[in-house]
Ligand binder design. Structure first.
Ligand code: ZN
Ligand code: ZN
Length: 245
C-alpha cells in the first residue's frame, strides 16, 4: 500500500502544468466485473511524454487513483498472480482490456509496450535515466539493449539502485506498481538523492521531448505502419491534442 513517504515526485502536489494532480475523489471501488474505469478514473494524456513506458504510465495511473498494485495487476491480467505479474510487452498484455482500464488512446498504450512496437531486444530489469526518473518519466527506449544513453539528457542509463545496488525487474506486478520510480527492494528513489521540488520543477524541456521523439522514430524507422501511428500519437502528445483510438 502507499504511504506518503513512498510517493514519487510525480505524485506530490502539482509543481507544473504537466504534473499529476491529487485525486479529486476518494479511493475508487474497482470491481473486476465492471471494467468501466475510463469514465470514472483520473488521468490526463498531457501527463505523458512521448514513448512513455507502460510501467511509467501505470505508476502515474495508480498514484492518481490511489489504486493498490495488486488490484491494478488483477484488472489487467486476472489469470496471473499479482505478485508475479506480467512483462510489459505486447505479447503479454491484452491491449483491448488495458484500453478499458486506462482512459488513454490505444496508440498511446501500444507504443508503451516493448517488442512489437519497437524493434530490438529489451532488458528484463528496469533501466533508467536518473534525470528522467526525477521528473517522473521512464521511456521504452531505456529498456532497449541497443540504447545506452538517454536521448534527452545524454546520461548513461543505469539498472542498479544507488543504495542497495539491487535491480528492479521490468515487470508489472504488485510490488513494482507500489514502488513508483523507486527501487523495489529498498524503496529508494531512482533519481539523485534528495532533490528539492524546485530542482524538478522545470520537468522535461521541449528539446527533451523532441530528442526522445526523434529517437523513437529512428528506432522504428523500418516499420512504416508503426511509424505512421507513432508520429500521429507523438505529434498529438507534443501539441496536447488527443489522438483517437
Ligand atoms: Zn533522461
Ligand atoms: Zn535499493
Amino acid at each position: 500500500m502507499f504511504s506518503p513517504a513512498m510517493l514519487p515526485d510525480a505524485c506530490l502536489p502539482p509543481r507544473s502544468a504537466a504534473s499529476l494532480k491529487p485525486p479529486r475523489f476518494p479511493i475508487l471501488t474497482f470491481n473486476d466485473r465492471q471494467l468501466s474505469l475510463s469514465s470514472g478514473s483520473v488521468f490526463n494524456l498531457k501527463w505523458l511524454m512521448p514513448g512513455e513506458s507502460l510501467v511509467s504510465i501505470l505508476w502515474k495511473f495508480a498514484c492518481a487513483n490511489a489504486l493498490p498494485g495488486h488490484v491494478l495487476v488483477h484488472l489487467m491480467s486476472p489469470d496471473v498472480d499479482p505478485s508475479e505479474g506480467v512483462a510489459p510487452v505486447s505479447d503479454g498484455i491484452d491491449l483491448l482490456r488495458l484500453c478499458r482500464i486506462l482512459p488513454l488512446p490505444v496508440n498511446v498504450l501500444r507504443i508503451s509496450l516493448l517488442d512489437a512496437t519497437l524493434p530490438g531486444r529489451y532488458l528484463s530489469v528496469f533501466r533508467f535515466c536518473r534525470l528522467c526518473t526525477a521528473h517522473g518519466y521512464h521511456s521504452v527506449l531505456h529498456q532497449l539493449e541497443g540504447e545506452d544513453r538517454c536521448p534527452a539528457h545524454l546520461q548513461s542509463l543505469e539498472t542498479r539502485c544507488s543504495h542497495c545496488h539491487g535491480e528492479t525487474p521490468y515487470v508489472v506486478n504488485s510490488s513494482v506498481i507500489e514502488a513508483p520510480f523507486r527501487c523495489v527492494w529498498c524503496r529508494s528513489h531512482f533519481s539523485y538523492g534528495h532533490l528539492s521540488l524546485l530542482c524538478t520543477t522545470p520537468a522535461m524541456r521541449r528539446q527533451d521531448r523532441i530528442a526522445i521523439r526523434r529517437r523513437l522514430l529512428l528506432c522504428s524507422g523500418n516499420h512504416i505502419n508503426d511509424t505512421v501511428s507513432k508520429v500521429h500519437h507523438l505529434s498529438a502528445v507534443e501539441t496536447g491534442e488527443s489522438p483517437g483510438c
